[in-house]
Design a protein around this ligand. Sequence first.
Ligand SMILES: *[C@@H]1O[C@H](CO)[C@@H](O)[C@H](O)[C@H]1NC(C)=O
Ligand SMILES: *[C@@H]1O[C@H](CO)[C@@H](O)[C@H](O)[C@H]1NC(C)=O
Ligand SMILES: *[C@@H]1O[C@H](CO)[C@@H](O)[C@H](O)[C@H]1NC(C)=O
Ligand SMILES: *[C@@H]1O[C@H](CO)[C@@H](O)[C@H](O)[C@H]1NC(C)=O
Length: 797
Amino acid sequence: MAAAQLRLVFITIVLRFIAAQQNDGSVSVGASLKATSDVKPWLSSSGEFAFGFKQVQGNDNFLLSIWYEKIPDKTIVWYPEEGRMVPTGSKVELLRESGLVLTDPQGTEVWRSGSISGVASGFMNDTGNFVVFGGNSRKLWGSYDFPANTLLPTQVMERGGGMNSTISPTNFSGGRFQLRLLPDGNLVLNIRDTLSGNTYDAYYISGTYDDSNSTNSGEQVIFDATGYMYILRRNGQRFDLTPRGSLPSGDYYHRATLDSDGVFRQYYFPKNPISNTNWEVIWFVPDNICVDSSDRSSTGACGFNNVCSFDGNRPNCECPKGFSLLDPNNPSGDCKPDFTPTCDEVDSNNGRGMFDFIELQNIDWPFSDYVHMNPSNENTCKSSCLEDCFCAVAIYRDTQCWKKKLPLSNGRKVDSANVRAFVKYQIGDHPLQNPLGLPGKNKDRRSLIVVGSVLLGTSVFIIFVLTGVICVGFFVIYKKKPMNTYSIRKAVETNLPSFTYQELVEATDGFKDELGKGGFGIVYKGVIGKKIVAVKKLNTVVHDSDKEFKTEVDTIAKTHHKNLVQLLGYCDEGDQRLLVYEYMSNGTLAMFLFGDTRPTWRQRSHIAVGIAKGLAYLHEECSTQIIHCDIKPKNILLDDYCNAKISDFGMAKLLMLNQSHTNTGIRGTKGYLAPEWFRNTPVTIKVDVYSFGVLLLEIISCRKSLVFESDDEGMVVLTDLAWDCYQEGRLEAFVENDLEALNDHKKLATFVMVGLWCVQENSSLRPTMRKVNQMLEGGIEVVEPPCPYSSFSVTNY
Ligand SMILES: *[C@@H]1O[C@H](CO)[C@@H](O)[C@H](O)[C@H]1NC(C)=O
Ligand SMILES: *[C@@H]1O[C@H](CO)[C@@H](O)[C@H](O)[C@H]1NC(C)=O
Ligand SMILES: *[C@@H]1O[C@H](CO)[C@@H](O)[C@H](O)[C@H]1NC(C)=O
Ligand SMILES: *[C@@H]1O[C@H](CO)[C@@H](O)[C@H](O)[C@H]1NC(C)=O
């Protein structure tokens, strides 16, 4: 009796032992594997697939995974989500009450196969699928249902399914790329933000969906046993992913992997290799990830400041000269500048001599530009970047110039030979000591690493903040766009959000908080999302078509300059026309200049230069020339840092469509109006120059331009006063003994002379705003101005 019992126990143990080991691929409840360097995996019956711990990246990093046992590099095809490595001594067990459980050496659970119970056995199928069965061979869990980065023949992905790339070929943590079969039936590839999980625009879209005919849309991604992959539509039709006839004949392994470079590729490998072979690619999408993954809000295929080049098979990321990798182990990650980008003082008088450029050929960052100058030449492009402390890189191409800020995104090599990128750096920072970002001599290296880690810390922080800002902006501006969906890249570049009237009523709490009144309407304070905005209610009902209104609004929306108030959105509903602007915390220049305390000369001159730059941009640099027509202190706003921002530009055009260039109606404000408004002569950008001159004289002297309402001839007394003081050499009288200004005598004299040149009655004598800029910043000498009114010659009219 006892002996028979013993024999039964013995047989059971042996059977169990055999079962747990392998043979037919089954694994019994209670079996376990410990992560050590000599651990044997659980094999499928053919011995082709293995489930167990695989050492990756050094001795103490084990990845619980499934791999090809018979292929020399034992390519991994599955791992639990997010690819967490575990140290030696970790354990995986198949438990009756909880399925597969992975624990670390301390016994803490790291991962488990879902919430399942009543487990009867496990099975490593020859297809590469590890399955956990309950009673009656009911499937409780399968690795096929939770793909990591690879699909195998006989595997199916349902709507809503997806997988993430790995960070690199050897680090299995979640990378930046994602493949999903969306609920609408489209198979898409997109970049995701690994911190927030946010997804950016898709860079591959199968197009297997149809709004009007959902029978046409994709239902499953099928990788059939013969090695063909396709999307099965609801109506039973196939959308081929693997091109027909493209598979080699013979016995091959097949797999389709979302690689760490963001490309989704199908590979094959001979089952009976004659010699050393590698995985070969059958097809891949997208065609060129360097270009296809462009989304202005994401980094692109490579990280920030990085440059992507595509050799026809795979993308390669390389930091441009003057930049090096933030994380040396992640070549497709972000690049940090080897110099310190600075923007200390916007008083950029001496941009020259402090900064220089690194010139790069055939490299472009198509987005991150904030200024577009067309036409331009290479020298004006470079000098404009030198003078602008925000400018990090200028791109020059075909008489066009783009100024960019850091971080740069979507960088790529371009074929066209006439694209030049100029990367600005501070002289003395020696970026070219280390032009390729290679580590220097060992001695220097230590300090490099310290500096590097400090930089790394800040850069990561900056990028984090930037990402946050971008995300917040995204939420605010696109709050009506459902998240979690992709959007097809749009052909239209400006996509200014439109709001309903009701939304703006709510945003402004029923137009409660009035910020100011102007000739065109009343401005109210409001909140959209978490952003404070200024909502302008236009009081003139324009009887033009909606389309024209939208065109003009789009023109305004296309202007981007640090000295212009940015338009954020609009409303065009029935008779209601509203514009939503960024909110400026420091009010108008009128309040600032004519308030109780006199602002400092330094602040005033900074503001004057800012206004001149904004106007020069409107006149010469933006895609459609904009004449402001109403430059005055009330239309200049100040931000948190007392930077001047011009507001209300584009209004004249917006509210006076079909404006001919003669005085069909007088726009603007008395005291700032150029004489040609009152004569039957053309109105040009020079009217703004005149108004700017008056404004400049006001800024210099903190006096208002007095207006005699009834007198049409000698309108503005301030210009007369300025001329008298200048001619008699009594600038101290003009600035009322402002010591700070008088101590800065050269600049004061320059500003007054520029002001007098701008208010010349003869408009042809007035300089352009570009020239005004150069004069104010000391770039060119200012010659003595003539008397503003005596030089005027009647024959011009
Ligand atoms: C292994 O996979 C094949 C193909 O999916 C399937 O037909 C077979 O039933 C599986 N074997 C077990 C024991 O589940
Ligand atoms: C893999 O990458 C992640 C994220 O960058 C990092 O935290 C982890 O340390 C890396 N693992 C290894 C083994 O290098
Ligand atoms: C991919 O990443 C997202 C987060 O961005 C995560 O929710 C999802 O579970 C991951 N998918 C896989 C298969 O790991
Ligand atoms: C929907 O698509 C199927 C297959 O493409 C087509 O046969 C059918 O006529 C379409 N139905 C409609 C209403 O368009």
